[in-house]
Design a protein around this ligand. Structure first.
Ligand code: ZN
Length: 362
């Protein structure tokens, strides 16, 4: 074991999970019964794997579960992995962390020196980050019974970083648990996946998301069902929509789409200009446009699939008015604009062309 240096402490501070959100235990995970059951069974059994891989959509609780797991492993009231030999060898009846002890509080506040978070720097997790982690792992844990390394977006390793991590996973340090999170295992190095016990997290159901939005954002309760549909199973997405006056923007986009056929070319270009000034928001605008057209298209055959449920009268009127050829033409125009934007084509020109196409027909 090498000596700890003053610099190491600073490095740890930077890598420890930042407390941007309050952390709660397993009970706070919404609609994730199966993964919670699996994790609690592992904790109750007392035999931890060296590494977990949590997979599933963005914003469904993978990080919350990782932190809850880290809390349970180290909770001083539970003492699941005591530093000394357990007196009776009987597991406690619950594995939910207390949230009150010194260890739990440190993890909640993001100040536990042995709970380490690695996230992509820019688009990738780089080899320097994994080398710095390896240096850290050469030391014993400061105080934790189980040191927990949480690696977010583990599908974003560059090859060198992935191979460096693999070496660590092949010879895992003592008292250390890795929790990797990723959208899906197929995006990752198979050699890493095979070293991990995979836990799949589900998209959160629309019903749960709607209830969540109603409870946490009473001011948007009337639109909870629409937000729940648009969030596509992601709690983070639902939060962001409720917080950013998303509904107002949606109403604006749909109002404009309905008005495009009556617009002059100059009016179309004026709208394109307004939208181009909010570049961050253009992908969401495309999504709203496509969902609007999709709602009109499914109105007769699959009304249960409609997303903008609060606008049924408008959807019905549009479904009577618009032909399927016109809907397909407009949908394809939006998809083309999306592709152009991703390939860094001129945004303003792309939007000009798109809005003019959307104004054609009815
Ligand atoms: Zn505790």
């Amino acid at each position: 074991m090498r000596e700890r240096t003053p610099g190491t402490r600073q490095q740890i501070k930077e890598t420890v999970y930042p407390a941007e959100k309050p952390v709660t235990a397993f009970a706070s995970l919404i609609d994730q019964e199966r993964p919670v059951q699996l994790l609690t069974a592992v904790l109750s059994g007392g035999n931890l794997p060296h590494a977990f891989l949590f997979t599933g959509l963005e914003g469904i609780g993978k990080k919350t579960a990782a932190l809850a797991f880290a809390m349970s492993c180290n909770c001083m009231e539970l003492e699941l992995f005591p530093h000394h030999a357990p007196a009776a060898g009987i597991r406690p009846p619950s594995i939910d962390p207390c949230g009150r002890c010194r260890s739990c509080k440190k993890i909640i506040s993001g100040h536990h020196p042995d709970i380490i978070l690695i996230e992509p720097a820019g688009d990738m997790i780089k080899v320097d980050q994994i080398r710095a982690l390896s240096d850290r792992l050469a030391l014993k844990p400061y105080e934790a019974a189980k040191r927990v390394i949480i690696i977010r977006d583990a599908h974003k390793f560059n090859t060198e970083a992935g191979n460096t991590l693999l070496k660590t996973l092949e010879e895992p340090p003592e008292h250390t648990l890795f929790i990797l999170t990723a959208l899906q295992a197929s995006d990752m190095l198979p050699t890493i996946v095979s070293r991990c016990q995979q836990v799949r997290f589900n998209p959160i159901s629309r019903k749960f998301l709607a209830t969540y939005v109603e409870r946490h954002y009473p001011e948007t309760a009337a639109q909870a069902d629409v937000i729940a549909s648009m969030a596509r199973g992601s709690l983070t997405c639902a939060d962001s929509m409720a917080q950013t006056r998303w509904m107002e923007r949606r109403n604006w986009i749909i109002r404009e789409m309905e008005a495009f056929p009556s617009y002059s070319i100059m009016e179309c270009l004026a709208f394109a200009e307004t939208l181009s000034k909010h570049k961050d928001w253009v992908p969401a605008a495309f999504e709203i446009m496509k969902n609007w057209l999709r709602d009109i298209a499914v109105y007769h055959a699959r009304p249960e699939k409609i997303i903008n449920r609060d606008l049924m009268d408008q959807i019905e009127a549009a479904a009577r008015r618009m032909t399927s050829d016109s809907l397909t033409f407009k949908f394809k125009a939006i998809e083309q604009a999306e592709r152009d934007m991703k390939s860094n084509a001129n945004l303003r020109l792309g939007l000009d062309a798109l809005i003019i196409m959307l104004s054609k027909g009815n």
